[in-house]
Design a binder for this molecule. Structure first.
Ligand code: MN
Length: 245
């Protein structure tokens, strides 16, 4: 098996290193990841400048672009084979509910999925890299034992609690919850007195009941959400077709 690994925290991030080490137990691994932290990059592709790829060592590359750039370049120019699986992460911090729209971690997986390749985005529920090797071991379990159950191509969003491997209570298949709107921007001033704005933190979970990703992780389970990319609002489309004269 050949696995392409990317992330949005950058090619030196502990979560990526742990994930690559774990996956190398069962696959040939190649890392193509951003040269610096691009968290929140979503699905952006760099169209206004060329991209460069730097080989760090055998099968480890960084790109001066976004997570989507990394996977796009890997699949369409850099690699001379098609990976069997793409894994992204393990992200520093959760990607649940509405986070999935902004997440570069999810985006790297999505880029592979759009090329028809099965893909999984892994995130830890809390920042700080606590128990990252335990999370990577869990990720390896999932890849090793579960993927035959899922129709290909798939796009999975996986969130892992920060806890010892033995204390993970199991896994739950979930739907995305929803968050409250983000906190307001933080207004400040630069050293020259000009007003600047910092984007505020994400909102707290709003729809977080049983069956959601928020609920599963809060209870100590790994959350596994199968994602799709078609944004069509099918119900509204049908309603509109009835009244649109
Ligand atoms: Mn990140």
């Amino acid at each position: 098996m050949k696995i392409l690994i990317s992330n949005d925290d950058g090619y030196l991030a502990p979560g990526l290193l742990a994930l690559a080490e774990a996956m190398s137990e069962i696959a040939d691994v190649v890392v193509v990841a951003p040269e610096r932290n691009r968290s929140g990059a979503s699905n952006a592709l760099t169209l206004d400048k060329p991209l460069s790829v730097t080989r760090v060592r055998d099968d480890v590359y960084f790109v001066n672009g976004t997570p989507s750039d990394c996977v796009h370049v890997a699949l369409t120019g850099l690699l001379d084979y098609r990976p069997d699986l793409i894994v992204s992460g393990i992200n520093q911090g959760q990607n649940m509910g509405d986070d999935t729209l902004y997440s570069g971690t999810v985006a790297a997986a999505t880029e592979g999925f759009l090329f028809g390749i099965p893909a999984i985005a892994f995130s830890q529920s809390d920042k700080g890299w606590g128990y990252i090797d335990d999370a990577a071991r869990y990720a390896l379990d999932l890849v090793r034992n579960r993927l035959d159950l899922i129709q290909k191509p798939f796009l999975l969003n996986v969130n892992i609690p920060n806890c010892p491997y033995a204390e993970i209570r199991g896994e739950q298949l979930t739907r995305l919850g929803k968050r409250h709107p983000s906190e307001p921007v933080i207004k400040s001033a630069d050293p020259r007195g000009r007003v600047i704005y910092w984007i505020g933190p994400a909102g707290e979970a709003r729809e977080a009941g049983e069956g959601t990703d928020f609920f599963a992780v809060a209870k100590g389970y790994v959350s596994i959400t199968p994602l799709q990319i078609d944004l069509t609002h099918t119900i509204q489309l049908e309603q509109l077709k009835r009244v649109w004269k």
